[in-house]
Design a protein around this ligand. Sequence first.
Ligand SMILES: [Zn+2]
Ligand SMILES: [Zn+2]
Length: 198
Amino acid sequence: MNPTRVEAWRCSKCGRMYGKVPDNPESNPKEFAEDCCKCSKCGRSDEKYLLQGMCRSCGQKACVERYKNAEAKPVDPNEPLVYSEALDKYFNFDELADVWHDHLCDDLGYSDDEVEAEELPIKNILTALRVYTCNANKPHWPGIADIWSDYLPVDSDDGPPGDYEKVDDVMYEYLKNCGPWSYVSSNKKWNGELTKQT
Ligand SMILES: [Zn+2]
Ligand SMILES: [Zn+2]
């Protein structure tokens, strides 16, 4: 073993170390360390943890801007979950009024009466909560033959034994009748409407 001595720079904020990238003589570890905890937007470096390279305030502004420019679409009532980025919360689209009410009372300290006195249009609520539509995750069944092939030698022509297509039929039928198993936020915001049911 032939150890080499390397020079490294440490970020004075979070302590992360930066050394020269061996394949890249141009890399400047001192600069990396200087910029480590610096917000890429405003240059502030008084926060320890950055979100996508930005301080909390700039990150927040970027989220609001992204929401403003996002494409809008209706929610399909068969896939009813929506996501509030501001609250980091998933809920059913028809719970919007409750979620808004709870946010005002529990998070912002308004009383029930104050909340009832101020009825906001749905668009304003959606904007305040930054509500995105969701994509449904439905599980995928690859088929027994696919699963089986993982266990066979590469050059084998053998298939699964027995009447395996029947198993596949049962699985396809079962999954077809299952709703989504989970949801993930899409990058399209909810326009407050529902898709028309045929
Ligand atoms: Zn740092
Ligand atoms: Zn910033």
